[in-house]
Design a protein around this ligand. Structure first.
Ligand code: GLU
Length: 464
């Protein structure tokens, strides 16, 4: 038994973008399956025809892809499986675990009025003399005892069966209900573990009744508490970003989002920073907490900074390319790419987000003549231009390494009787046109000899 392959699924309703909570649910299912050599399936719950759109499906798939979550096989459309759902309802009818109900909406409303606070009890449950008119199919649910779920996160949860009505599984127009569709799909897809938001817990009582009626084994259920905002209230637009695409646009790389989202409601000791291999090894259901996790942007920044620092240069460059294209900014030219690539080792330790990294790399993106901001231009006077001129001459023939450049700059500063800072300020201005930049020597090595000297000469020529 224990070697049964794990199968998980993510089952979004395509009615909008991929919410951060949905992304986390997908991630948990992906980690659980991938850590156990299992399968991670995708099912689009598009039975609500009025609200489902192909654009929303596209946006969800795109979000999952951005996050780096790959699924097995093609995404399954729940709507396209409606004949199968209806067939199961008919089988239940034949088995006697469901029955035909001829009550009209008016009759049901009248019954409810006469029996307040009671779940509807159809007069057709045990009827034998059936009319020839449209009917819905209802589950013959147990009336005594309790329905109990052993939830991997919530523990044992139970409801008295007299609190649940005989739910409709096939409407009188022949369409299956959502509750039936979910169960049939989970069974047919071989889903072994259903990991989803705890807003679905009450549905689960209904769903297990269908599993039981069909004699199908129940999957393991794990209902995870929803994500809250920093103030402890249910996450909503007023907390800021809630769509995964909004987090992407803020410049958190996918690897960082995976790490951060994994920790949102799940923990492994005190481990805060980890990579995918560790997450796959460690992720388990007992590590999921029962209290709602709070979205914490400070923590996210910290995690993001760690991942940017730890990423291979090529991956980071690719993440920057994606970020620029996502935000509609022009792609890097080859020259910009080369310079940014050369600068990355020095820059990536300090940036917490991709826009911060781009800001640090601005000196590598701009072209000559370097435009000066007001503060930078203040450090360029006749004296400092003279020093730059001496420096230009001094570095003409040194080998273009950080150490050599720094040595040359120190000598020039010394000869002029000033500290290195006094030389660094105009040098920084000449190279970058502003006062906050990476180290001047890192900029010079990233720009290369020719471009650095040209930028210096642009300023020294002005010295007249
Ligand atoms: N379609 C449901 C949703 O988007 C998920 C249902 C499930 O996971 O069973 O909330």
């Amino acid at each position: 038994m224990s070697d049964t392959q794990v199968v998980t699924r993510f089952a979004p309703s395509p009615t909008g973008y991929l919410h951060i909570g949905g992304a986390r649910t997908a991630l948990f299912n992906w980690l659980y399956a991938r850590g156990r050599g299992g399968k991670f399936l995708l099912r689009i719950e598009d039975t609500d025809r009025a609200r489902s759109t192909p654009e929303a499906t596209e946006a969800i798939l795109k979000g999952l892809t951005w996050l780096g979550l790959d699924w097995d096989g093609d995404p399954i459309s729940q709507f396209e499986r409606r004949d199968r759902h209806a067939a199961v309802a008919r089988q239940m009818l034949a088995d006697g675990t469901a029955y035909k109900c001829f009550s009209t909406p008016e009759e049901i409303a009248a019954w409810r009025e006469a029996n307040p606070r009671q779940p509807f009890q159809s007069p057709w449950r045990d009827a034998t003399d059936l009319p020839d008119r449209p009917y819905a199919i209802r589950l013959r649910a147990p009336r005594d005892g309790e329905t109990v779920i052993d939830d991997a996160v919530q523990g044992q949860v139970r409801v008295a069966n007299d609190q649940l009505d005989d739910m409709i599984i096939l409407r009188s127009d022949g369409t299956p209900t959502y509750m039936l569709a979910v169960v049939v799909d989970d069974h047919d897809m071989g889903v072994t573990h259903v990991i989803r938001g705890d807003d679905h817990l009450t549905n689960t009582f209904r769903q297990v009744q269908i599993f039981d009626a069909m004699g199908w084994p129940r999957p393991v259920f794990a209902h995870i508490p929803l994500i809250h905002g920093e103030d402890g209230k249910k996450l909503s637009k007023r907390h800021g970003a809630v769509g995964l695409h909004e987090f992407a646009a803020l410049g958190y790389p996918p690897a960082a989002m995976r790490n951060y989202l994994a920790r949102l409601g799940w923990s492994h000791g005190d481990d805060e920073l980890f990579d995918d291999a560790q997450a796959r090894d460690w992720f388990d259901l007992p590590g999921i907490g029962r209290a709602p996790a709070r979205l914490d942007f400070k923590k996210l920044e910290h995690v993001s900074g760690h991942h940017i620092g730890a990423m291979a240069d090529a991956d980071l460059l690719a993440a920057l390319d994606d970020f620029l294209s996502e935000t509609g900014a022009p792609a890097l030219t080859q020259r910009q790419r080369d310079r940014v690539a050369a600068a990355l080792p020095a820059l990536k330790e300090k940036a917490k987000t991709l826009p911060q990294l781009l800001d640090q790399a601005r000196f590598a993106l701009i072209d000559r003549p370097v435009e000066m901001d007001e503060k930078a231009s203040k450090s360029l006077d006749t004296v400092s231009r003279g020093m730059l001129s001496t420096l230009t001459a001094a570095v003409q023939h040194v080998s273009w390494t950080r150490d050599e450049l720094e040595g040359a700059a120190k000598r020039v500063a010394e000869e002029n009787g000033v500290g290195l800072g006094k030389l660094a300020a105009p040098l920084r201005a000449a190279l970058a046109g502003r006062t906050t930049t990476p180290s001047v020597f890192d900029m010079m090595t990233a720009l290369g000899r020719e471009e650095s000297l040209a930028r210096l000469q642009d300023q020294t020529e002005l010295a007249g």
